[in-house]
Design a binder for this molecule. Structure first.
Ligand SMILES: [Mg+2]
Length: 369
């Protein structure tokens, strides 16, 4: 190993940005988004940056428990660093914030490794595509119908040919209103745009079956995300068999075994995975490969800026989620955030790593740790 490429220090910060207004989906409400931002520094002066969207406690775990596992190692050794971090959290449990803390560091190390050889991360990884298709995502249950339709139409006007809205309002009890909102959305975007819905597990099996038929047959909805809880692998499989639209899930996956169980049960038409939850670039690419083995398409969950480079790699990737909250936060905190062109994001060739740099002064008011 070259001493120059040793990881000298790792800076961990947490930023919390309030949402524009309180937001909700079918099963959760929130009013802020927190990012754990990790900046490794190599002995040769190269500094990288990565982050995960995660609770502030994740930053504490990353800084106090995990950073020590990677200090002094060669930055090329991303898999070795990853293994060391996974071993370190054995007694804490792999799902949840432990994997998000590993993710923040792993993404930052991949970024730093690419910067150390002056390459954008997608060139280092080896892309199969130059641009990554996106879908516009938001459409919160807390929006008025006017706000909902304006947001979805806004993405269509930006050239994005697929959009997703939340349904399952009030834990699935307001389903007539859900249908009225989907109908309004369909009218607003027209017939030629793909319309996806996400119930965040708000319905029970029979309710999801009844609604799924109406969504598919009357409203031309093609994607039904988490119609029932993601923990109900049997229910997901039954809905997948019974309904003509795609049943999708996977955003709460933190480790490979979760995804392989979901695939083995035949529970999804498209597998979703979040790089900031499933322990970073290292594991996310393994999830994509495992998904490919089942001939299932793959889609990224949220965080477009941290997914776009790795998303150029898996041949079975369909698209990444251009999520309203995260796009907004990225533009507030970082330089180098990509703008959609023709319904896709194209990683820049003239910016190394994942192409982001922290806007220190703009970000300072949001720093909480
Ligand atoms: Mg979702």
């Amino acid at each position: 190993m070259s001493d120059d490429l040793a990881i000298e220090s790792v800076d961990v910060r947490v930023y919390t940005v309030p949402t524009e207004e309180p937001e909700a989906d079918g099963t959760l409400a929130w009013d802020r988004t927190s990012l754990v931002v990790v900046q490794p520094l190599l002995r040769n002066g190269v500094r990288g940056l990565g982050y995960a969207v995660a609770d502030p406690a994740t930053g504490l775990l990353a800084r106090d428990t995990l950073v020590g596992e990677v200090l002094g190692r060669d930055v090329h050794d991303t898999t070795g660093c990853w293994e060391a971090m996974v071993r370190r959290i054995r007694n804490l449990g792999r799902p949840g914030i432990a994997s998000m803390a590993i993710a923040a560091i792993d993404i930052a190390l991949w970024d730093t490794k690419a910067r150390a050889v002056s390459l954008p991360l997608h060139r280092l990884l080896g892309p199969v595509r130059e641009a990554v298709p996106i879908y516009g995502s938001g459409g919160f249950t807390s929006y008025t119908e006017v706000e909902l339709c304006a947001q979805l139409s806004g993405w269509v006007e930006q050239g994005i040919p697929r959009v997703k809205m939340k349904i399952g309002k009030d834990r699935g009890t307001s389903w007539t209103e859900d249908l009225a909102r989907v109908r309004a959305a369909r009218d607003a975007i027209g017939d030629n745009v793909e319309l996806f819905v996400d119930a965040n597990g708000a319905y029970d099996r029979k309710q999801a079956l009844r609604l799924g038929h109406i969504l598919a047959e009357e409203l031309n909805v093609t994607w039904f995300e988490e119609p029932v809880t993601s923990d109900d692998l049997v229910g997901l499989s039954q809905l997948r068999e019974a309904l003509p639209l795609e049943v999708t899930a996977g955003e709460y996956g933190y480790h490979l075994e979760y995804f392989s169980a979901m695939l083995a049960a035949g529970s999804v038409d498209v597998m979703q995975a979040d790089i900031g939850r499933c322990a970073g670039v290292t594991e996310w690419l393994r999830v994509a490969a495992t998904t490919a083995a089942y001939k299932v398409p793959f889609s990224a969950h949220c965080g477009p800026s941290i997914h776009v480079h790795p998303a150029t790699v898996p041949p079975n990737l369909r698209h990444i989620e251009y999520f309203h909250d995260h796009v907004r936060v990225d533009h507030l905190l970082f330089e180098g955030v990509l703008k959609p062109e023709g319904g896709a994001l194209r990683p820049a060739d003239d910016r190394p790593g994942i192409g982001l740099s922290l806007k220190e002064a703009d970000a300072a008011p949001f720093r909480v740790a």
